[in-house]
Design a protein around this ligand. Structure first.
Ligand code: FAD
Length: 391
């Protein structure tokens, strides 16, 4: 058994969870992967794949049983993200964004909110997480979207950009600033915005390097009236919810990028075992074995840390923010290097569209940019070691 298969065999899943992950792997292999190249070419939203995922009832993985889901562990969720992303990064992102957007509702919503909103997601509805604005990227506190209380409603005014699923979502976890609170950080609040609310519009979608079939939209809110009952926790609770939600979505980004890297690594291994030059297989050159050794080692370390962080979350660890940043940053850098090396190992063919590694290299780049750029993560990790002044 290869080292990577041994790692997979050791993932802490219950028997039911292992069956779910096995069926996701089969779906990814039989349905999602065969569609991936076509969706990358056309840039169309991967409806076939999303419908197949919903036929399997997979949105239930991250919704508790009480609200129509299956309520599996975080480890099982990450294993599913990795399998789907290994087959098609765009589909993996589209599905994982449901979790990124809706997990805070599971964690911070009232019973009434959860009963009313979560069954829609469990039944296959699409979620979105709307934080970024044209002038507020790495510094989310610069957001300008405004929430103004008006009786039983909140009036929403503003714009969000780069929103995954932004043009197709049923529910948006929307961040903005409470008009009655002055401090930019304290004003950040969060509500669930429902599809079909008058005043909402999609201004456009991006034409991207990778993840071409996922939709990335700029959306606008023009005096949108949202029931106050959709506010999470209360005015000014947004920043805490934002950090808590990012801590859980960052390992999900790591699972996503490691799925892409695993596919690139396996394809590179397959290729160098069959391609011959100078009368011998490419893999019989020591320089190539050294490259594979580095790729496999980096991948194994990242995967091992992925399951370690997953176990912390499942055990209810009160703080895993630094681990989460380290994992996202390192996995994204390692996956970028592995996909680049996989292209290199395919020679000129790796640079051509018919070879999947070409797509994988384009797809993985964004993982160094979103959910906090890797520069921001280095800053977050590094500053945990700064001793308090005067201590
Ligand atoms: C395909 C795609 C999908 C996305 N999906 C979503 C989504 O679903 N929801 C959502 O809310 N957002 C989403 N985003 C937005 C994404 O999270 C942001 O692009 C990201 O946070 C970076 O913000 P920015 O693009 O404004 O870059 P900027 O913040 O302007 O950064 C530009 C450069 O400056 C560096 N930089 C910035 N500040 C610092 C600093 N303090 N120290 C050192 N370096 C710094 C950055 O690392 C980067 O290299 C998506 C983006 C893309 C491209």
């Amino acid at each position: 058994m290869s080292v990577l298969k041994r790692l997979d065999a050791g993932i802490a899943l219950s028997e039911t969870e292992r069956m779910v992950v096995d069926s996701v792997r089969a779906l990814a292999r039989d349905v999602i992967e065969p569609n991936a190249m076509r969706y990358d070419e056309t840039g169309e939203f991967p409806w076939d794949n999303i419908n197949a995922i919903n036929d399997l009832g997979l949105n239930g993985v991250f919704v508790p049983e009480a609200y129509g889901g299956a309520g599996l562990s975080y480890t099982a969720y990450l294993a599913c993200v990795r399998e789907i992303s290994r087959a098609c990064a765009s589909t993996g992102l589209t599905w994982a964004t449901n979790f990124h957007g809706m997990k805070p509702l599971v964690e911070f919503g009232t019973e009434e909110q959860k009963q009313r909103l979560l069954p829609r997601i469990a039944a296959g509805g699409i979620g979105a997480l709307a934080i970024t604005e044209p002038e507020a990227g790495s510094d989310a506190t610069g957001m300008k979207t405004r929430f103004t209380p008006d009786g039983d409603s909140i009036l929403v005014e503003g714009m969000k950009t780069f929103i995954s699923n932004g043009d197709v979502a049923d529910l948006y976890l929307l961040f903005g600033k409470w008009s009655e609170i002055e401090s930019p950080k304290d004003a950040i609040s969060v509500l669930v915005f429902e599809k079909g609310t008058p005043g909402f519009s999609v201004l456009g979608t991006e034409h991207k390097m990778g993840h071409r079939a996922s939709s990335t939209a700029t959306i606008a809110f023009d005096a949108c009236r949202v029931p106050r009952a959709n506010l999470l926790v209360g005015p000014g609770a947004g920043l805490g919810i934002l950090f808590a939600s990012l801590n859980k979505s960052r390992p999900s980004v790591a699972a996503h990028t490691l799925g892409i890297a695993r596919s690139a690594f396996e394809r590179a291994v397959g290729y160098v075992n069959q391609r011959r030059q100078n009368g011998r297989r490419i893999i019989d050159n020591q320089a190539i074995q050294f490259m594979l050794a580095d790729m496999a080692t980096e991948l194994s370390f990242c995967e091992a840390f992925l399951w370690r962080v997953a176990a912390m979350v499942d055990a209810g660890a009160p703080d895993f923010s630094t681990e989460s940043s380290m994992l996202k940053m390192k996995a994204a850098d390692v996956a970028m290097k592995i996909t680049e090396d996989a292209v290199q190992l395919h020679g000129g063919y790796g640079y051509c569209r018919e070879f999947v590694v070409e797509r994988l290299m384009r797809d993985t780049k964004i993982n160094q940019i979103w959910e906090g750029t890797n520069q921001i993560h280095r800053q977050l990790i590094g500053r945990t070691f700064a001793e308090k002044r005067g201590a």
